[in-house]
Design a binder for this molecule. Structure first.
Ligand code: ADP
Ligand code: MG
Length: 324
C-alpha cells in the first residue's frame, strides 16, 4: 500500500512538473491490410504529433515496398521476374528477405516465405481454397532454398519457375520496428507502435509497465493472459485473423510449407522478445511447428518467451513466463 501510494505521488509530481500540453497522443490508420496504431507521450504534445506523423509515413513507405497486393511494389517485381534472373531490389528488401531465410533455418522450414507459391491459391474472403491436385502441383515450388539473395549486388532470384514469396509473416513486425526507431529518433521515450498482431513498446508507461492482453481465440472480449512489458516486442499469430470455415474445418492464413494446408495444432501463438521482426517471424514459425517443437525452439533461444493456446484450449507458457 505504501509502495503504491508513493508511486502515485511520484506520478502526480511528474504530471505537475510537465507543461500543460503534455498528454498521451493516440493515432490509428488502416495500412498493410490491418490496423496500425501509435501512442506516444512527450512533454510537448506537438513533438509527439510530429513523431507519430513520421511513423505513419514510414508505414506507408514499407507497405509500398513490400506489399504483394500492389503490382508495382518491388516484392511484386521479384515474384514476376526472379525465376528468369536476378532482380535488383532496395538493399532494405534484400536484407529483410535474407532475414526471412534465417528464420527458415531456425524453424527447420516451418517459417517459409515461399509458402506463397501455394498460399496465393487461397482466398479467405471469398472462401476459396486449392484442391488436392492444385496443392500437389504447386507444393514443389515451396522451399526457401529456391530463393537466392545476393546482399552485395542487392538482387533476388529464384532457382525455378512457380516460386512466389510473401512477407506477410514478418513485414508488419519489421514496420513496427522501423516505427519505434523513428519515435526514438524524434525524442519520444514512452510509446507503442502496433500493426495488427505485432506490437513494440518503447520505454515504460510513465513509471509502470505496459500491460498487454492476449485475447481468447474465439472471443475478442476475453483475455487468456496479461503480460507486463517494458522496452519489448510482442507478436500474436492466430487462426482467427483471416479464415473461413467449411464442413467444420477451419482454413486460415498460416500455411504449413510441408503440406500446403493451414497448420492445425494451435489456435494462437504469442512471442515476446527484444524486437518485433523477431517476434513476428517466430510467432508464425512456432504456430506451424506446434506446441512441442515450438516450445523446444523458444527454450533454446535467448531473450524470447512464448504463450501458446492449443486446439484444446490449453494455455502453455515457456519457462521464462511460467508461474513458479
Ligand atoms: P498476422 O499478423 O497477419 O496475423 P502472422 O504473423 O500470424 O500475421 O503471419 C501470417 C501471415 O504470414 C499470413 O497472412 C501469410 O502472409 C504469411 N505466412 C503464412 N504461412 C507462412 C509460413 N509458413 N511462413 C512464413 N509466412 C507465412
Ligand atoms: Mg508473424
Amino acid at each position: 500500500m505504501k509502495a503504491l501510494l508513493s508511486a502515485a505521488l511520484a506520478a502526480a509530481s511528474l504530471l505537475a512538473a510537465a507543461p500543460a500540453a503534455a498528454e498521451w497522443r493516440v493515432r490509428e490508420e488502416a495500412i498493410m491490410g490491418t490496423r496500425v496504431a501509435v501512442e506516444a507521450w512527450h512533454e510537448d504534445a506537438a513533438v509527439a504529433d510530429a513523431a507519430m506523423a513520421a511513423v505513419f509515413a514510414e508505414m506507408h513507405r514499407v507497405d509500398r515496398l513490400m506489399s504483394h497486393y500492389k503490382p508495382e511494389s518491388e516484392l511484386s517485381q521479384v515474384n514476376a521476374r526472379a525465376a528468369a534472373g536476378p532482380v535488383a531490389v532496395a538493399p532494405e528488401l534484400a536484407a529483410l528477405i535474407a532475414r526471412a531465410l534465417e528464420f527458415s533455418v531456425l524453424t527447420d522450414g516451418a517459417f517459409d516465405i515461399t509458402y506463397a507459391s501455394v498460399g496465393y491459391l487461397y482466398d479467405y474472403r471469398a472462401g476459396q481454397r486449392p484442391d488436392d491436385a492444385q496443392i500437389a502441383a504447386h507444393l514443389p515450388a515451396v522451399n526457401w532454398r529456391h530463393v537466392i539473395v545476393d546482399r552485395a549486388a542487392s538482387t533476388v532470384r529464384f532457382t525455378q519457375d512457380g516460386v512466389r514469396i510473401d512477407l506477410g509473416g514478418i513485414a508488419k513486425g519489421y514496420a513496427v520496428d522501423r516505427g519505434v526507431a523513428i519515435l526514438a529518433e524524434k525524442g519520444i521515450r514512452h510509446g507503442t507502435v502496433t500493426a495488427g498482431g505485432d506490437t513494440r513498446i518503447l520505454g515504460d508507461r510513465l513509471g509502470r509497465p505496459w500491460v498487454i492482453g492476449i485475447r481468447h481465440p474465439d472471443d475478442r472480449q476475453r483475455v487468456v493472459s496479461r503480460i507486463p512489458l517494458v522496452d519489448a516486442a510482442l507478436s500474436t499469430s492466430g487462426d482467427y485473423e483471416r479464415y473461413f470455415d467449411e464442413d467444420g474445418q477451419r482454413y486460415h492464413h498460416i500455411i504449413n510449407p510441408r503440406t500446403g494446408r493451414s497448420a492445425g495444432e494451435l489456435r494462437s501463438v504469442t512471442i515476446i522478445g527484444p524486437d518485433a521482426t523477431t517476434t513476428d517471424g517466430l510467432s508464425t514459425g512456432v504456430f506451424v511447428l506446434g506446441a512441442e517443437r515450438g516450445l523446444a525452439l523458444i527454450e533454446r533461444l535467448r531473450d524470447v518467451d512464448a504463450v501458446l493456446v492449443t486446439a484444446g484450449g490449453k494455455v502453455l507458457y515457456s519457462s521464462g513466463l511460467a508461474p513458479p
